[in-house]
Design a protein. Sequence first.
Length: 437
Amino acid sequence: MRYFQPEYECISSEEMRTLQLERLRALVSYAYERIPFYHDSFDTAGFDPLSLSSLDDIERIPFTLKQDMRDAYPFGMFAVPRKDVVRIHASSGTTGTATVVGYTQHDLDVWADCFARCLVEDGATSESVVQIAYGYGLFTGGLGAHYGAERLGATALPMSSGNTKRQIQLMQDFQSDILACTPSYALNIADAAIASGLNPARDFPLSGAILGGEPSSNGVRREIEEKLGINVVDVYGLSEIMGPGVACECTRHTGLHVADDHFLIEIIDPVTLKHVAPGEWGELVVTTLTKECSPLVRYRTRDITRIITGEPCPCGRTNTRIDRMRGRSDDMLIIRGVNVFPSQIEQVITGFPDVASHYQIVLTTKGVLDEISLRVEPIETFDFDEVRKIEDLQRDIAAELKSELQIKVNVHVVEPRSIERYEGKAQRVLDLREKGE
Ligand code: DLL
């Protein structure tokens, strides 16, 4: 078995909890002393950083919200002088003020270590060529994967996203064995290769892919694995915390291994804000245990997951494992009282062999009620001119959605290749609902 840092990945849970408590105590005092936001928020909640005596005490500490980071725009949450900041990343800010995160050299080293661990979890070695097709820039995907690949001693191929023909060409010319990008872009690359007459499972030198940045169902993951003939692992991260590498699956697919030595995770009920029982679904809350520039205490990610309980992973890593993200609480659709995530709809679609995994969910208002429509494409070999077959397919998908998810969906099978393809994160939901106010 290969590990990158077994001294952290494979220690007993008691040893890890001791390390986490030591780091948490240091972190809360550090944040309190250096960041006015934490000074105020701890004082308001009556939380004394020196009073922390066990990990369970964490429930006494107030949460940090995305809005708190926005309010501190741009550098109000930095805990170090500007001369110690060696890089800045920021969210796109399309839905409000951007959130800005700074990194010291130590922060970048930790991030590179974490992503190098993920690459090893995907089977990479120092001999690997890692084709990085995440976007480079303020988005954390490209640079996060890049420095992780270099840290491992592998060869980083900094393609960034887009220019799919060139991705396919260079992958073959340079013998890339690991692909790093979003799941939707991996599917896009596979389909483009197939459309150009290649058989990627045979013609691509890939042995693995490390895909993340957006939710994807097990069905889509299987499709990517089959088309590319590889094992795919899921990598999780978020720009507020540290881009890709907070948690990652190994090839055994038993859940995502969390980098416990750097991140303390909790799962809360988003309504009561209390911890859920182990194994129950809830919102992921993350505390950065070792960050110097932009430490975050109890950051509410809005991502929905659960802790995997039961047998340890046969890979030998002992870290906490979390399930693949079901979606974000703010992406959850409420259709006539039924809660549903786009990834659950995707999972149903991928059960139909005649349907390609490209789809769009359209939300509209009819009277006072929300309506949901689904546009799906048939596979290329489907006879699109046979109206009867299309009607049957539409009816069957609608029936399956009704029985699996208890939602009534208007299904439209549209022409092959008519739904937009993505080079980064897919935008699956088009919300045309009239706003109530
Ligand atoms: O997407 C960081 C990243 C880049 C992670 C590349 C993995 C690979 P943001 O743009 O800040 O950062 O978006 C973070 O994306 O809160 C989740 O909602 C979602 N997300 C990220 N990874 C996964 C995943 C990057 N593996 C937001 N599964 C997060 C599901 C994911 N959702």
